[in-house]
Design a protein around this ligand. Structure first.
Ligand SMILES: NC(=O)c1ccc[n+]([C@@H]2O[C@H](COP(=O)([O-])OP(=O)(O)OC[C@H]3O[C@@H](n4cnc5c(N)ncnc54)[C@H](O)[C@@H]3O)[C@@H](O)[C@H]2O)c1
Ligand SMILES: O=CCC[C@H](NC(=O)CCC(=O)O)C(=O)O
Length: 489
């Protein structure tokens, strides 16, 4: 049993029920501990509250020094952490190494974003000086998803700490070991007790934290279903900041391309990287009817059938590892069956390679015939739905026919067509001749509709980690040269 809760600088055993984490590739239990109870969440909120003022009163440079030390430690432990992420998620090591690199890169980017977006600005005035400054909210909760258990929570935690907030981190119950390893590095970096706290558990732990009156904000990355619940819960609390980064039903359109292999590469990278478990993954692919479209589709099917799926530590490395769990894999196969029952045509069948593991092969369905009945759902796995179109504007309309709006892309050699597409498509990330996954941490990251709540993350995370304070200041009061009418001194 692991002491998996980190509260007020101490590692504690959870007082709740037992939790396990299973390696979805090797089918072994790799971590066991007990969850945090509502009382332990309460202790974490108290610890974060106590730590808040001293932490906020450190200078920015003092806080930055702790965060830079954390980045150094990530560098020193990068292989170890990449392996922990791989074991817990099933993602291949080549990919988890990039996740750790993104965690390290986040520190310098967040430092720049803090200065640029929420630093101090001074404006001259006839009498005195006007300042725009930013202050931390206080105690913030960070909720993380399982697909990037290191990088995505880190994208909230680093800017939150730099801005002077204290943090209570509730990771996904599917990736507790990654959270524990990450917190061990924060502890090693010497953060004062209570500045960062970890509460591990399932939905009850999440609910206890999200509904706790002592938090000033919640930064969430996860499914739209959970995000909407949190949004309802935060209704009536206008003073609490809620940042929601949620799912998508992301379209990718193809028209007039000359390099078929390059196009197919961008499609595969958009649809199947991380076994389709990225919020930005393309779920719907629009290909023109006719011989040009046929040639692209044929090559896509050919390449997809050859995609290597395998163990995270296999040599040579596979493109796709296991999905997060056998359950998630079975759900994807069930989703494929549901679409087939509606009348979709299977082009490449997704197969669950072993019902006890998370391994599935990538699948492609032609859903053109059922476009009007297509469920507007995020199928969070390697299942791509192809729609053949004859009119480009109609294809854009169909692409926009979703409650989500995270990422979208056009693969085309026609620059004017891209301008046309850009003006009409509705999404927070719009790419041209690049995969729609792999968003940069140096850009804002977020979606519209049910993909987010207009509090973009990554480079703009600084914005939701602090609130602006406008001040007009003068060393002492002075009498104005002219008085307003009706005043006598
Ligand atoms: N837009 C983005 O930046 C982004 C990035 C990664 C993943 N995602 C999305 O995340 C999803 C996959 O991640 P997931 O399955 O871990 O998400 P999830 O919504 O199931 O869980 C996210 C977090 O919320 C907690 N939680 C779940 N139910 C809760 C409740 N009722 N109250 C309080 N907390 C609760 C979980 O324990 C976890 O920590 C996909 O939909 C994906 O698109 C979005
Ligand atoms: O699964 C969702 C995130 C996918 C990932 N996005 C980012 O890494 C955004 C950048 C950041 O948060 O720093 C992607 O687009 O692949």
């Amino acid at each position: 049993m692991s002491k998996a809760q980190f509260i007020a600088g101490q590692w504690l055993e959870g007082q709740g029920h037992s939790m396990t984490s299973v390696d979805p590739a090797k089918k072994q239990v790799i971590w066991q501990a007990s969850s945090a109870t509502a009382e332990q969440v309460e202790q974490a909120v108290k610890a974060a509250r106590q730590a808040f003022l001293p932490w906020a009163e450190f200078s920015f440079d003092e806080r930055l020094a702790f965060v830079k030390r954390f980045a150094e430690l990530l560098g020193e432990h990068k292989d170890e952490l990449a392996l922990v992420i791989a074991r817990e998620t099933g993602k291949p090591l080549w990919e988890t190494a990039t996740e750790v690199a993104a965690m390290i890169g986040k520190v310098a980017i967040s430092e720049r974003a803090y200065q640029e977006r929420t630093g101090t600005v001074e404006n001259p005035m006839p009498q005195g000086r006007a300042f725009i400054r930013h202050k931390p909210h206080g105690v913030v909760a960070v909720f993380g998803p399982y697909n990037f258990p290191g990088h995505l929570p880190n994208g909230h935690i680093v800017p939150a700490l730099l801005a002077g907030n204290t943090v209570i981190f509730k990771p996904s119950e599917l990736t507790p070991m990654v959270a524990q390893k990450t917190l061990e590095l924060w502890e090693k970096a010497g953060l004062p007790a209570g500045v960062i706290n970890l509460v591990q558990g399932e939905v009850e732990t999440g609910k206890a934290l999200a509904s706790h009156p002592g938090i000033d904000g919640l930064f969430f990355t996860g499914s739209s279903r959970t995000g909407k619940l949190l949004h309802e819960q935060f209704g009536g609390h206008p003073g609490k900041i809620l940042a929601l980064e949620m799912g998508g039903n992301n379209p990718l359109l193809v028209k007039d391309v000359s390099d078929i292999d390059a196009t197919v590469h961008d499609i595969v990278q958009s649809a199947f990287v991380t076994s389709g478990q990225r919020c930005t993954c393309s779920r719907r692919l629009f290909i023109e009817q006719g011989p040009k479209g046929d040639a692209i589709l044929a090559r896509l099917l050919d390449v997809t059938r050859q995609i290597k799926v395998g163990d995270y530590d296999a040599q040579p490395q596979p493109f796709m590892g296991a999905m997060i769990s056998a359950r998630a894999a079975a759900q994807m196969v069930a989703a494929q069956q549901q679409l087939l029952n509606l009348g979709a045509t299977s082009l490449v069948e997704m197969q669950h390679l072993d019902p006890e593991s998370g391994f599935v092969t990538p699948g492609i369905l032609d859903v053109t015939a059922i476009i009007d009945q297509l469920p507007d759902e995020e199928h969070f796995g390697p299942l791509l739905k192809v729609i053949r179109y004859s009119d480009f504007d109609q294809a854009i309309e169909q692409a926009n026919n979703t409650v989500f709006g995270l990422s979208a892309g056009l693969l085309s050699d026609d620059a004017e067509l891209y301008q046309h597409f850009f003006r009409r498509i509705r999404a927070g990330i719009v790419n041209w001749n690049r995969p729609i996954t792999g968003a940069s941490s140096a850009a804002p990251f977020g979606g519209i509709g049910e993909s987010g709540n207009h509090r973009a993350s990554a480079y703009y995370a600084a914005d939701y980690c602090a609130y602006p304070v406008a001040s007009v200041e003068l060393e002492q009061s002075v009498m104005p040269g002219t008085l307003n009418p009706g005043l006598t001194f």
